[in-house]
Design a binder for this molecule. Structure first.
Ligand code: SF4
Length: 426
């Protein structure tokens, strides 16, 4: 037995309620279970309960054994004087408040269906990638969609929190925030941290002074990244140009090292050199990344702005002095969609929250519903279980459900898990 399961039993009143009584045989009628409290203090607050037909309004505390009250030292904490019901699995000790009055206690052990405990144990002990896999097909679409909605909101909030951190570091500068977020995205997982650091060390306001000259922007990107290797004339000139800008803008102290960039297990088209060349091109083409991501009304508008080809050198080389057998094209459609999902939408969600504009949140949802689903192993697992994953809304939500709930066995907080426990399949 664990307290999380007892919280679930209380929250959803999953026990025999026909003749509820306290340990002193007083009748109990639960009018309101109270709100689950994730902060310090009693577990459920503002509950309403009739004890012997007298209404009590206050808090509910839950323990495995009633003696845990003392183990947790609640008798020394005033916050627990307003507990109107102590709900326990096993009542092994009488518990009183600081004023000496007995706290009514409800013992669940004798009124809980053991089949329910077995089902819960099965979910928790199950070693499948998705613990509820076997029962999943019997769960109603309503529970599945409600859960996907819930986790998608959570994912948007988490991504907005990352934007918030950048925004605060940039002291409220939207343009630098949008640029850094975009640069981080260009690292596509493997190099996202180093791309972000590069952008933080090479501010957009420096780049924008020279955005009419792609070669100069490339020199600052590759030079500051510490990636220039002098194999040919292009690299030599690029290095000279960087040395000039490094002095002009005092960049050298924050220059990165080549070993910080990861090239292994990456296709040449995804090499950080190619991604840097593409980012450089975007800097020359976009006056304001912030406007592009927050003011565009359609996905198509953003897609068109991100359709770029890097400079001719980087169409023929995947690294300095290393020629490619085939022409390296600009940003592909899946990379562009990835940037919309991981840069434009989180930025828009954070901006919407910041200015209190809910219409913009709807635009985020609308974008996600109109972008194709991402393809990865997590989405494949869900597809194999029969979940339809057609849009980015579906893929983002299913990834979040898997990462934040299934892998952590948070089935009691999941609408799907709650339905499985309520209506155990035969
Ligand atoms: S968290 Fe929900 S979807 Fe995931 S295994 Fe548990 S019940 Fe199933």
């Amino acid at each position: 037995m664990n307290e999380a399961f007892l919280h679930y039993l209380w929250q959803f009143q999953q026990f025999e309620k026909s003749d509820l009584r306290t340990s002193t045989k007083d009748t109990i009628t639960v009018l309101k279970t109270g709100f689950y409290n994730t902060n310090s203090g009693p577990d459920f607050i503002n509950a309403r309960i009739l004890i012997n037909e007298i209404e009590w309004v206050g808090n509910v505390e839950i323990h495995i054994k009633s003696s845990d009250w003392k183990v947790h030292k609640h008798q020394e904490d005033e916050a627990y004087n307003n507990v109107i019901l102590h709900v326990v699995w096993e009542n092994n000790q009488l518990i009183v408040r600081q004023d000496g009055s007995l706290i009514p206690t409800l013992e669940l052990k004798s009124i809980t269906d053991f089949e329910l405990i077995n089902k819960y144990q099965y979910l928790i002990d199950n070693q499948s990638i998705i613990p509820c896999q076997e029962a999943y097909s019997k769960v109603s679409d309503l529970s599945k969609f409600a859960m996907l909605d819930k986790v998608l909101t959570k994912r948007l909030q988490q991504k907005a929190a990352i934007v918030n951190e950048l925004f605060e570091n940039n002291k409220g500068d939207w343009e630098e925030t949008a640029y850094q977020l975009l640069a981080r995205n260009f690292g596509f997982k493997l190099n996202s941290d180093v791309f972000l650091r590069l952008a933080q060390n090479l501010p957009l306001k420096v780049l924008q002074k020279h955005r009419d000259n792609l070669f100069q922007i490339e020199s600052m990107f590759f030079g500051q990244a510490g990636l220039i290797e002098i194999y040919d004339e292009y690299a030599e000139k690029l290095s000279q140009e960087y040395e000039f800008f490094a002095i002009k803008f005092s960049l050298k102290a924050r220059q990165l090292n080549s070993y910080e960039w990861k090239f292994l297990r990456t296709r040449p088209a995804n090499f950080p050199t190619i991604r840097l060349a593409q980012l450089a091109k975007l800097v020359t083409q976009q006056q304001s990344f912030f406007s592009l991501f927050t003011q565009s009304n359609s996905i198509e508008e953003i897609r068109n702005a991100l359709k770029i080809e890097q400079s001719s050198y980087w169409q023929e080389h995947f690294n300095f002095g290393k020629t490619s057998n085939k022409k390296l094209l600009g940003l592909g459609i899946s990379s562009i969609n990835n940037i919309i999902i991981n840069t434009a939408i989180p930025l828009l969600a954070f901006y919407a929250e910041k200015i209190g504009n809910h219409e913009l949140i709807n635009r985020c949802i609308n974008f996600l519903e109109n972008l194709p689903a991402e393809e990865n192993s997590i989405c494949d697992i869900w597809k194999n279980m029969g979940l339809s994953i057609k849009t980015a809304f579906d893929s983002q939500a299913s990834i979040e459900l898997y990462n934040s709930f299934c892998t952590k066995k948070q089935c009691l907080q999941c609408n799907i898990g709650v339905e499985i426990l309520k209506n155990p399949p035969e």
